[in-house]
Design a protein around this ligand. Structure first.
Ligand SMILES: *Cc1c(COP(=O)(O)O)cnc(C)c1O
Length: 378
């Protein structure tokens, strides 16, 4: 093995910048005129690296971002990200001075929260979240008086109002009816506000599936996460719009050891892999500590090495896994393995398929893999 190859490391995430750029362009085209793309880069940009992704997006002209926490927002500012940054989740009101210092916009998760934040005596920019049926965060859409009061709070500058759709990924008629009801509640509230003389701030409703299934909505922003990264949440999801999204993420590791295991011997914890024949095993130094799901043990998961799709042998460990390469030729130490996001092997090794095999969705798989692994852009 060449020395240079060793330097790339034991396991890493590769971000395909061209595909990210392509997705931005194609999603912008799918949006209504006048609507701006708000890139959702929470949880390390779904494992793609928040700073790396946001700085590329900045270069591509994206000027609005959403994160989950104040610390995620501060990290983006400290690395020079420009434009608006909206915090979608809860921030302790005691951190209002940081919201101001780093020019972050805070979501108001309830009327009570708005009062507490206002009482800090620090001028902060906010977006008011309206609950139209998800019943997670937000002021209930019927609470017009409370919403009006927030507009009169002296330290809160209301820059936006938004709601979140809870079943916009579904094409079932009853889910479509529910979603339309959510949209209707939101606009009834904003309409009533407008009628009472309040100048409406920026309005937004859709996330990725909101755009793909309800593309006619003309909002000020679309908050796009998963689609920006070029995948859907699940392999069988159907959407009204089917833009040519291209996967940005791939997960790679390297064969560091090949060993022969005699028939009758076992591999790994619990001896769950029993060699029924003389077997060749390749060891990859990546495990569930890197976010590769343990659920893919015992052949439920596969990896791609030199055009061969080979099964996981035995249980996935925290930092290592074994694959059975008995039926292959020419695989050697140093060869690269692709564990997810293998282009050209879309069905089996795409992120949605790997997530599905592990009993989850792309969103969870991606953000779990963003914790320990380094990210390389290419
Ligand atoms: C995470 C999140 C999004 C992005 O959702 P995707 O389905 O990944 O596009 C949008 N809005 C809110 C409120 C979120 O929490």
């Amino acid at each position: 093995m060449k020395n240079a190859e060793f330097k790339i490391g034991r396991a890493w995430i590769e971000v395909n910048r061209n595909n990210l750029y392509h997705n931005v362009e194609i999603l912008k085209k799918a949006m209504q005129p006048g609507c701006e793309l708000m890139a959702v880069v929470k949880a390390q940009a779904y494992g793609h690296g928040a700073v790396l992704t946001a700085s590329h997006l900045n270069k591509m002209g994206v000027r609005a971002f959403a994160v989950a926490t104040v610390d995620e927002g501060i990290a983006l500012r400290k690395s020079g990200i420009c434009g608006e940054i909206l915090i979608l989740g809860y921030t302790e009101a005691g951190r209002a001075s940081e919201l101001k210092e780093y020019d972050l916009m805070q979501t108001l998760i309830s009327f009570e929260y708005a009062e507490v934040l206002n009482n800090q005596g620090i001028a902060v920019k906010v977006h008011m979240k309206i609950d139209t049926g998800m019943h997670r965060l937000g002021i209930a859409s019927g609470e017009l008086a409370a919403v009006r009061k927030v507009f009169s709070m002296e330290n809160l500058k209301v820059c936006g109002m938004f709601t979140h759709l809870c079943c916009s990924d579904s094409r079932h008629p009853e889910d479509i009816a529910f979603t339309k009801g959510q949209i209707d509640k939101f606009y009834r509230m904003t309409g009533a506000l407008g009628d009472s003389g309040i100048i409406l701030p920026k309005l937004h409703i859709q996330s990725s599936y909101g755009l793909l299934n309800y593309p006619d909505l003309a909002c000020d922003y679309v908050r796009i996460g998963i689609a920006l990264y070029g995948v859907l949440s699940s392999p069988d999801d159907d959407t009204l719009l089917k833009p040519d999204l291209r996967p940005v993420f791939s997960l790679k590791s390297r064969v560091v050891l090949i060993r022969e295991v005699a028939a009758g011997e076992s591999v790994g914890y619990g001896r769950s892999f029993m060699a029924g024949r003389d077997t060749r095993i390749a060891i990859l130094p990546i495990g569930y500590g890197d976010g590769f799901p343990r659920n893919l043990s015992d052949g439920k998961g596969s990896v791609l090495i030199n055009q061969y799709v080979v099964p996981v042998a035995g249980r996935i460990c925290m930092d290592q896994l074994a694959v059975d390469i008995t039926d292959t030729e020419g695989i050697s130490v140093g060869d690269i393995a692709t564990l997810a996001g293998a282009e050209g092997y879309d069905d089996e090794l795409s992120v949605p398929a790997v997530a599905d095999h592990s009993g989850s969705i792309s969103n969870e798989l991606l953000c779990r893999m963003g914790v320990r692994l380094p990210v390389i852009a290419r």
